[in-house]
Design a protein around this ligand. Structure first.
Ligand SMILES: Nc1ncnc2c1ncn2[C@@H]1O[C@H](COP(=O)(O)OP(=O)(O)OP(=O)(O)O)[C@@H](O)[C@H]1O
Length: 585
């Protein structure tokens, strides 16, 4: 169960499993921490020696000052080690937190990804995890150090001057009250602040990602204004948080130091009366200063931790999301069909965010191994949604889908998806080299295999003419290539996957007549022993299909071979006629 973010120790709870993974570093850090705190606590003792005996005779002076110097050296070494170990710890934990969060996010289903913007997820992955680094390397470290110094000073104060210590102890808790009252308010403000930061980042990522459209529509100034407004919101949220934090710090330090000054005033009177040596008062002053500053920085660090708890809450929210797509173990492997590749049995579907809008309605469909099936229909008929169900990005609301005779829910997502090679309407290319983009279909492929599929997809010639051939960087989403070139890379990538079933979504729509013909030949070769489903708008490209399925508003309204469908003079014939008319105009 996710710990409730209202808990004061929420950050510790969430960070704890990651700390446990780094036991050695944690131990080294704690040892260095104990060392540096002990050295700090030794200094007041050395100061008392210095005041009471350090000015009497040369031998004493040498001994006292040598002692003080050794303590300082020890303090320096322990502090440097503490900084080293805790900083390294922070880096390591953020690394594994980011790794874990990314692995979690990339496996979440489409329902999650369609309702969460990628830029916001990136912000969480970057900014919120960064917050954790500063919590560990700074806030948590200072908080623990302050706690140890505070407790040590308190014990030594009681040991050295019980009367003055008792008065101090009574007054210190007064400082804790504003900390507790302020902490809750700061936690709420901090969450608002983090949300505003994410919203601003999201807006920037979105507009920079769509720079072509923004500039083509002359919307730069509008974008700047909106981003400025988002930044102002971020600033206002931060202002309120900083103000609350300042007030809490002001009250805490004032109260604690007010109490200490009062106690010291009483101590000074004892020195005048000869009941206390000046060195002992000096030592007590230092202990109380150490205790005071420790409480002050503890209060500040608790505020910091509350702030981080806002970021942690957002990360924990992400970790608590689970995919709805559960698989059931294979029950009867013998059911594997030799002839049937894909079967839809009375499949109905609505996207989870619009459960009442039926997208596919009672679909019955059988596709034999090696067959080529074309799906046609008006825009929005549900063609791509069929692919989504096949790849199990979503589950049908009713009915079952079988692959090789087996319900796809009995396969793991990897087992299922390795059967398909997909070329989508808008290919997702990455800002890397041509070679890497093709190899995405099979990262183990050799360069020769990459070249071979590039040739088959009619991409080899244009790749060879690029400045660095297969090593040419193609820009974000492949924007340095033409639409047709992007599609040929995507086709080559799908070929390289060499999966038994091809899902082609308008694969050749952006190619000119010449390269469409060539790619079609490449695809025909690739499709020879494969089952293929093509979503096609251009009906001229699917004349050789074994079967055409006509979808209309989520229903199969016609199916058969192209010739039969034309003779039937139904929806398919109308679509064909429409396209012929359009091409004549
Ligand atoms: N992720 C989604 N969430 C909610 N509704 C969606 C989603 N994707 C598609 N739809 C809706 O489902 C319906 C069918 O869309 P689909 O993409 O399957 O149609 P299509 O036949 O492939 O259209 P096109 O030829 O224009 O690509 C549309 O009304 C669309 O608005």
């Amino acid at each position: 169960m996710t710990p409730t973010p209202t808990s004061r120790f929420f950050v510790f709870k969430t960070v704890m499993p990651f700390l446990m993974q780094e036991k050695v570093l944690v131990m080294c850090w704690l040892l260095a921490l104990i060392g540096s705190s002990s050295a700090t606590l030794m200094i007041p003792n050395a100061i008392r020696e210095m005041i009471d005996h350090g000015f009497n005779e040369t031998n004493q002076v040498n001994r006292v000052f040598l002692g003080l110097f050794l303590v300082a050296i020890f303090l320096a070494i322990a502090t440097a080690l503490r900084f080293f170990f805790v900083s390294l710890l922070g880096e390591k934990i953020v690394l594994s937190l980011r790794e874990k969060l990314y692995s979690h996010l990339i496996k979440l289903d489409m329902t999650f990804h369609h309702s969460n913007q990628s830029s916001e997820l990136v912000s969480r992955l970057a900014a919120d995890t960064e917050l954790i680094r500063s919590v560990i390397a700074s806030s948590m470290s200072v908080a623990l150090r302050s706690l140890i110094t505070f407790l040590g000073s308190l014990i030594l104060m009681i040991y050295t001057e019980p009367k003055l210590a008792t008065l101090t102890i009574i007054s210190i808790p007064i400082a804790v009250v504003p900390i507790i009252l302020g902490a809750k308010r700061i936690r709420q403000k901090s969450k608002t602040n983090q949300d505003e930061v994410a919203a601003a980042n999201q807006y920037a990522a979105q507009t920079l990602g769509a720079i072509y459209t923004v500039q083509a529509f002359c919307q730069e100034n509008n974008a700047i204004n909106q981003f400025s407004a988002a930044l102002t919101n971020t600033f206002n949220a931060a202002k309120i948080r900083i103000f609350s934090q300042s007030i809490v710090t002001l009250l805490a330090i004032n109260l604690i130091f007010g109490a200490i000054v009062f106690v010291l005033w009483l101590g000074a009177k004892d020195v005048i009366n000869g009941q206390l040596s000046p060195g002992s008062l000096g030592q007590f002053v230092m202990y109380s200063l150490l205790a005071g500053t420790s409480v002050a920085s503890l209060s500040e660090m608790m505020n910091e931790l509350q702030k981080a708890s806002g970021g942690m809450q957002r990360i924990a929210e992400l970790f608590s999301v689970n995919s709805d797509l559960t698989s059931f173990p294979l029950v009867d492997a013998k059911k594997n069909s030799d002839t049937l590749a894909i079967e839809f049995n009375q499949v109905s579907f609505a996207y989870p965010i619009y459960p009442d809008k039926i997208i596919l309605n009672s679909i019955d469909l059988s596709i034999k191994k090696g067959e080529t099936i074309a799906i046609v229909g008006q825009s929005g008929a549900g063609k791509s949604s069929l692919f989504h169900l096949l790849l199990r990005f979503y589950d049908p609301t009713k009915g079952t889908i079988c692959l090789n005779g087996m319900d796809i829910k009995q396969l793991s997502l990897t087992q299922l998806r390795k059967n398909f090679a997909v070329v989508s309407q808008a290919p997702d290319l990455f800002a890397s080299s041509v070679k890497d983009n093709i190899a995405f279909g099979n990262p183990d492929a050799s360069f020769e295999e990459i070249v071979s599929v590039a040739k088959a997809a009619e991409a080899f010639d244009f790749i060879s003419s690029l400045p660095n051939g297969f090593d040419t960087q193609i820009g974000e989403r492949g924007t340095q290539l033409s639409g047709g070139q992007q599609q040929r890379i995507a086709i080559a990538r799908a070929m390289l996957k060499n999966a038994p079933i091809l899902l082609l979504d308008e694969a050749t729509s952006a190619l000119d007549a010449q390269s469409e013909y060539l790619v079609q030949q490449g695809l025909d070769r690739l499709m020879e022993h494969k089952t293929t489903i093509i979503i096609a708008h251009r009906l001229s490209t699917i004349q050789n299909a074994d079967k055409i399925i006509v979808l209309d508003k989520g229903l199969i309204v016609e199916q058969g071979i192209p010739k039969e469908l034309l003779e039937r003079k139904g929806v398919y014939a109308q679509l064909t006629q429409l396209q012929i008319n359009q091409s004549i105009q």
